[in-house]
Structure formats: structure tokens, C-alpha cells
Design a protein around this ligand. Structure first.
Ligand code: FEO
Length: 392
């Protein structure tokens, strides 16, 4: 695909990766992704904003075939899906300087072996003139690495944000026209990449307050010509107040834990609580991450394997611990054959979650009447805790 015009002398390029299904060898991409690069032709300086994943470098170089001169290449972020093609771009344009944040400079040198004399680092708030327009750099750490920054095209009111506000979504749409679809993809992206840093993201959004933004142009997924759509979504996701929902990932080997899960889900639903139930033997972990963005409570369901929890459940607990959602409460349900340490081991695996642990329900073998009573009590305890936060 050729560069597509956004505004006079501002173009969208890069690559749509329709078929990629895994990112960082971890994150499922059910809808593919894109690596957006932007070309800005100022009256005096020409700039390429971000590059593409190395797998898509040939396409970017084809887009640049008629661009005779580049003065600057901007690296908002050192991760290779945006920076990976910088070496080939710099090789084609030997006079071009690479602009990055001070923290980005050594990262680009380490990851891509770009020579130090090709790199200019810019301070927070620094502006470079392009002639009839100018690019202002705003440091926005932890969206998604510590060196990340965004840039603002002063006259055209376009904010280039790289990962920030991005979505893993392959589409030919230049803008977020299918808002429901983009919302889901952007929330998935936030959950997997940025949720652990939500307090820092709050500061970053605050820093953008004074800007008049007509277009947000991320380097994944479509652009936003109604910026409030994605900014408001982010404000909701990063807020401290959870929603009246429970996330319930589980594994069942012989059906006992599944019976408990199904009973508890029904009991919670009867009390008006939204439950997201995930059989971990089949789930897309991105869906699990999305549901953790807003949930007040996490309840993990596990059978006992040898003396501990099922390893797949431990993986989910470790993931939740790493993503640091705004959960307030947690509990554990499940079954065992003779003895076990499932509760202790799961509780020890989630130190980052500042949660109150509600009384777990473990049963021996198939759940019996007393176990269902305990599950009923757990559902009531969850409802009371949610009520105490004003969620019900
Ligand atoms: Fe899209 Fe953190 O790279």
C-alpha cells in the first residue's frame, strides 16, 4: 500500500500485518496488527515518524522510493516492531538524524547497533522546526517501555503516539470508524501492554491536556479523528474505581471444579454481578486480560495436581500479578483428592495484587451440599464487598 494522505504534506504509511497471530511470542493477535509510519513533509525538513517491524521493511522502503531526502527519523519507542527497520532507512538516507528520547538512545544502540553519531536525543518539551510546521516532543514513559515519547505536529494538531492509544487491529480504515471493534482492540492492547503502568499513564494523559488535538495517530491500528473517544476510554480504564464484575479463570480435570465454578457463577449472577468465566484450557489470554481491566474481584478455580494448583492456573495467576489490575478482592475455589497447598501457593503468587482475600472454598472430591453452601456464602461475601465500594 502506498502512503495515504492525512493532511497537506502528512501521510500514513507502514504496514498492515493481517496474518500475525502472536506478539512478543506471548500475546494473541486475533485481528492482526499494523505498524504505522508517518511521513511529514515540512517546507524545510522531511520527517519519517516511526518505522515498521523488520518483517515489513521491504514495503516501507517501497513507499519511500520517491522520497529523495529525509532529514529526521523519529523513534518514539525502541521496541523492534517500530524501530526494527531504522537501520535500513538510515542506510538509504545517510544525512538523516535519528531522534529519540535520552533513554531511547542507548536502547536503540543496544538493540539495533545504530552508530551514536546518527542519534540526537530530545528533551521533554523540545521542539524541532520543519519550516512551516514544527514537531514538539513530549516524554510519556511506560507506554510501553521507559523511554517512550510522543510528538505533536504544532500547526496540524496531530499527535503521534506510537504504542500509546494503539490497537492491534489490521484494517484498511484510516480512522476508527467501527468504534466498537476498535474499542475492544484498544482495550486488549491497553490490558496487555499498559495496565501495569496505569498511574504513570494518568500523568501522561495529564501532560497532553493543554494541546489542541485534531487527530491521534498511533503506530498500531487506525487513527482517531475524534480523539475524545480513545482518551475517555483510557481515563475509564486507568481510574481507581473497579466495576461490579468478577473474573473467574479455572481449570477442571475431572469435573468437580467445573461444578463449583458453574454454581458460583450462577450465585453471583443472581446477585446482579457480571462474571467473566474462562476455561483456561481453551481461552485466549487477551480476553482474560481485557476482563481484568475493570473487575473488582478475581476468583481462581483449580483442581489439585500432586499437592499444588494446576500449572495452567498458576500461569493465569502469574499473568494477573504481572498486569497489576485494579482488583480489590480475590478468592480461590477448587477440589482436591487427598490434601493440597493450592490456596497457599496461589496466594503467594500474586504479591502485586493489593487485594483482600475472601475465604476460599476447597472441597474433597465432588462438591457436596456443604460445599455449595460455602460457595453461596462466598457469593454473598463478594456482593457485600462490592456493595461496600458502591458498585451494586
Ligand atoms: Fe508496538 Fe511496544 O511496541
Amino acid at each position: 500500500m502506498e502512503f495515504r494522505k492525512i493532511r497537506e504534506n502528512v501521510f500514513l504509511g507502514g504496514a498492515v500485518d493481517w496474518d500475525r497471530r502472536l506478539f512478543d511470542s506471548l500475546i494473541p493477535l486475533p485481528d492482526g496488527t499494523s505498524y504505522n509510519a508517518y511521513l511529514v513533509k515540512g517546507s524545510e525538513k522531511t520527517v519519517l515518524i516511526d518505522t515498521v517491524d523488520p518483517s515489513a521493511a521491504d514495503g516501507l522502503m517501497e513507499q519511500l522510493k520517491d522520497v529523495e531526502k529525509l532529514d529526521y527519523v523519529i523513534a518514539h519507542h525502541a521496541e523492534q516492531d517500530h524501530s526494527g527497520s531504522i537501520p535500513v532507512v538510515l542506510a538509504k538516507y545517510p544525512a538523516a538524524k535519528l531522534i529519540t528520547s535520552p533513554k531511547g538512545k542507548p536502547m536503540i544502540m543496544d538493540h539495533l547497533h545504530v552508530a551514536e553519531d546518527r542519534i540526537v536525543s530530545v528533551n521533554d518539551g523540545e521542539i524541532i522546526s520543519l519550516g512551516n510546521d514544527a514537531l514538539q516532543f513530549i516524554h510519556t514513559p511506560w507506554v510501553h517501555w521507559p523511554e517512550t515519547m510522543v510528538s505533536y505536529l504544532n500547526e496540524q494538531h496531530i499527535l503521534f503516539t506510537c504504542d500509546f492509544f494503539g490497537s492491534h487491529l489490521a484494517t484498511t480504515d484510516m480512522y476508527a470508524t467501527d468504534e466498537a471493534r476498535v474499542y475492544e482492540s484498544a482495550k486488549r492492547y491497553y490490558a496487555e501492554i499498559m495496565m501495569p503502568f496505569r498511574h504513570t499513564i494518568r500523568n501522561n494523559i495529564e501532560k497532553l491536556k493543554g494541546l489542541t488535538i485534531d487527530i491521534i495517530a498511533p503506530s498500531h491500528g487506525p487513527m482517531y479523528d475524534k480523539p475524545s473517544f480513545i482518551i475517555d476510554a483510557y481515563k475509564d480504564w486507568i481510574s481507581d474505581m473497579p466495576k461490579n464484575s468478577v473474573v473467574l479463570p479455572f481449570i477442571s480435570m475431572h469435573g468437580s471444579t467445573r461444578l463449583m465454578v458453574e454454581y458460583l457463577v450462577g450465585a453471583l449472577a443472581k446477585k446482579g454481578i457480571t462474571v467473566y468465566q474462562f476455561d483456561l484450557s481453551a481461552v485466549d489470554i487477551g480476553k482474560l486480560a481485557i476482563s481484568l481491566v475493570d473487575a473488582a474481584t478475581l476468583i481462581v478455580g483449580t483442581p489439585t495436581v500432586h499437592v499444588g494448583p494446576h500449572p495452567v492456573v498458576m500461569y493465569a495467576a502469574t499473568l494477573a500479578n504481572a498486569l497489576r489490575p485494579k482488583l480489590r478482592f480475590a478468592s480461590i475455589i477448587g477440589s482436591y483428592g487427598w490434601a493440597g497447598k493450592a490456596v497457599e501457593q496461589i496466594a503467594a503468587s500474586i504479591p502485586n495484587l493489593k487485594v483482600e482475600v475472601l475465604a476460599p472454598v476447597l472441597c474433597k472430591g465432588l462438591p457436596a451440599a456443604k460445599d455449595y453452601e460455602a460457595l453461596e456464602k462466598l457469593s454473598l461475601a463478594v456482593w457485600e464487598k462490592h456493595k461496600s465500594l458502591g458498585l451494586t
